[in-house]
Design a protein around this ligand. Structure first.
Ligand code: ADE
Length: 225
């Protein structure tokens, strides 16, 4: 898979993309993630990327020209399955959506900043808008990093143990059961006996019951979806 991310702040991705699972996925060449600085595509003398909104209002708007130039330059070389704009107006990111995106070959993700991007970009280039929740971030970068992480970890081969994505919360509309590691007892707080029993069938049953219990207590809306 190839993911091209358009941003005014490529440095914001340094940490998320260079550590842990995302790092490993790139090293294994299961995903190629490229960052593009929108400012590099401004043709104005001072490399402007934002301007005052028509009609007046507080805040700046990201100009159409640098973003359109950047998208078109990339599209001349790659055909994208989706051109995604990160926005609180978009479809809510769920595990189901991450699953769908993990099957795609080429994704282009646009991060807005300030008051957003010129609406004409949305009308003429964007095929999908994605939100990571009902709150407003300072820009789309953290949202794009979350989307990239949720998607890339589902690409086959990225996780060492294939079943570990299958047992993630939400993968079957259930929250994960509790997990424990050594020591089996700490300050008198004990790990449930069943997990030490060695009885795989009973352990699987216990985990399923705990998942159901936790989901019905915390996220009853997920059950029966
Ligand atoms: N940009 C700003 N806020 C956002 C959000 N909640 N989701 C996606 N992109 C955003």
């Amino acid at each position: 898979m190839q993911i091209d991310i358009l941003t005014l702040f490529p440095e914001m991705f340094d940490g998320p993309l260079s550590l842990s699972i995302l790092r490993r996925a790139q090293e294994k060449e299961l995903v190629k993630i490229r960052l593009h600085n929108i400012r590099d595509y401004s043709t104005s003398k001072h490399k402007n990327v934002d301007d005052y909104p028509f009609g007046g209002k507080a805040g700046m708007v990201m100009m159409i020209e640098p973003i359109a130039n950047c998208i078109e330059s990339l599209q001349s070389k790659t055909s994208y399955d989706e051109v995604i704009y990160m926005s609180p107006d978009g479809e809510l990111l769920t595990q189901g959506l991450a699953n769908q995106l993990s099957l795609m070959h080429n994704l282009l993700i646009i991060c807005g900043h300030y008051k957003g991007i010129d609406e004409r970009i949305r009308e003429h280039f964007i095929t999908m808008e994605i939100s990571i929740g009902d709150y407003v971030l300072s820009g789309g970068e953290l949202a794009a990093a979350a989307l990239t992480d949720a998607t890339v970890r589902l690409i086959p081969g990225v996780l060492n143990d294939e079943t570990s994505a299958l047992s993630d919360s939400f993968q079957d509309n259930l929250l994960s059961p509790p997990v424990y590691t050594r020591p089996a007892e700490f300050r008198g707080w004990k790990v449930p006996d069943i997990l030490l029993s060695g009885n795989d069938k009973e352990i699987a049953k216990w985990r399923y019951e705990k998942s159901l219990e936790r989901t019905s207590q915390r996220r009853p809306g997920l059950l029966g979806k």
